[in-house]
Write a protein that binds this ligand. Structure first.
Ligand code: PMT
Length: 415
């Protein structure tokens, strides 16, 4: 993920260099933007050396010696579209006021208005400036707009006074950035294989059978698992989506290709989540030439495809297996039956006839059915949030399976 780090002019500007390093540990690609006064405290070269990228210092900046140009302004403003988050640390009282009022008189404040990415602000200033009602009103205005404020610490300040105003610790700022970006570490050490999208089964060289899966549910799972620390292998049928950053994409088209890819790569994985809408049938013998229109009816003979999830379950080991059930009726009954028949640990059932659920929507409405008998119905939420709830359940199952069951009065594991 790409983020912009805005540095404004306070003594704490030097701490932003340490923040760059900490954010890079989260595999974030950091573009630094400095105000003019920030450059009085730290040279842009420091940040350029740390990030390996040019620091943006001016709206119309150009290479040394060349005249300022409008291309650079356009190029810079493109940063607003590219970033996943803007963090400003340190933010001076002056910058806070400009952010609160929507003033855009330099690159950083213009970027703040031009981006739709979430914003995290870590103020740092003299204690009286921080406690001034004008500053507090500005902070409240930003909070009300959804900006995440990382409150300054109390302590000895560079101006010689003691009180609130010290830039929050690098760890606290990094934690806020991670929380807003949905980065957690509870999947560190796990390798997740996620399938997504539809599969296609050819009838002839120009026609094929497929379904309405957009891949959004599977891509959201891959994204969420990656942000939580997992290595992610995304095996996807054809979709119009960009793979999430840091995810290994394996593109497939047919059920047979998905079958082979999943069985081959599953050996590396600790979790397999099958969100793909896999064709259950395929033509027995696809025509090698385009089928010509005739006067009479055309009958297609179809045969079942291999059941990937069931075959995976045979060599399950410690792997957690998650299947989906796309249903149009008797959702719970079908889901419980799939949990049993496919020997999965968890089935995520969605009634694809419900408004806001299933194919191609940004949201989904799902119920979770686990092998240990838990049933959980979730309200409508974004596919990303659904993905995180599924991952929470995967972790719960993982911990449950690691606990040695002891029954009171029964012999313990040592006897
Ligand atoms: O992609 P979106 O537009 O975001 O839509 C999301 C979705 C509706 C596709 C998703 O939420 C979903 O329900 N995916 C599973 C669709 C499906 O094929 O369900 P099923 O009930 O037919 O299959 C049950 C399970 O067996 C699934 O995990 C499926 O991946 C798996 N399966 C099915 C057939 C087969 N030959 N091999 C399999 O492994």
């Amino acid at each position: 993920m790409k983020i912009a780090l805005g540095v404004s002019g306070g003594v704490a500007a030097y701490k932003a260099a340490e923040l760059v390093r900490r954010l890079q540990q989260e595999k974030l690609d950091v573009q630094v933007v400095m105000t003019r006064s920030a450059q009085e405290f730290v040279a842009p070269l420091t940040f350029a050396a740390l990030t390996g990228q040019k620091v943006i210092t001016e709206m119309f900046s150009a290479d040394a010696g060349a005249p300022a140009n409008v291309e650079s302004a356009i190029e810079h403003i493109a940063v607003a579209q590219r970033i996943d988050l803007l963090v400003i640390a340190p933010a001076t009282a002056n910058v806070l006021a400009k952010l609160a009022r929507g003033i855009a008189d330099d690159f950083l404040t213009t970027l703040h208005l031009a981006t739709t990415a979430p914003v995290v602000v870590a103020p740092a200033m003299n204690v009286n400036m921080w406690e001034h009602p004008a500053t507090q009103e500005n902070v409240e205005a930003l909070r009300a707009r959804g900006v995440r404020i990382v409150e300054p610490d109390e302590g000895y300040l560079a101006c010689g006074m003691t009180g609130a105003g010290r830039l929050a610790g690098v760890e606290a700022i990094a934690r806020a950035v991670c929380e807003v970006l949905g980065i957690r570490h509870d999947f560190d050490g796990e390798t997740a294989l996620v399938t997504a999208g539809p599969t296609c089964e050819d009838l002839d060289p120009v026609r094929f059978l497929t379904n309405r899966s957009s891949g959004k549910m599977g891509y959201a799972l891959a994204d969420a698992a990656g942000r939580r620390g997992a290595r992610v292998i995304l095996i996807s049928g054809p979709t119009a989506l960009e793979p999430p950053a840091g995810v290994e994409l394996v593109s497939v088209r047919t059920t047979e290709e998905m079958y082979r890819a999943v069985l081959e790569r599953a050996t590396e994985c600790t979790v397999v989540i099958k969100a793909a809408a896999v064709a259950d049938y395929r033509p027995v013998s696809p025509h090698s030439k385009k089928l010509k229109r005739g006067a009479g009816r055309l009958t297609l003979e179809l045969e079942p495809t291999p059941d990937i999830l069931s075959d995976l379950a045979r060599e399950k080991g410690d792997r957690i297996l998650v299947g989906f059930a796309a249903e149009t009726d008797h959702v719970s009954e079908h889901a419980r039956e799939k949990l049993r028949a496919k020997r999965a640990d968890l089935i995520v059932a969605n009634d694809v006839t419900q408004e806001g659920a299933g194919f191609d929507h940004e949201t989904n409405i799902v119920s979770l059915f686990t092998r240990d008998g838990r049933e959980l119905s979730l309200p409508r939420m974004s596919k990303f949030d659904v993905a995180n709830r599924i991952l929470d359940e995967v972790l719960r199952l993982r911990h449950a399976s690691r606990q040695v069951p002891t029954v009171e009065g029964a012999p313990g594991p040592d006897t």
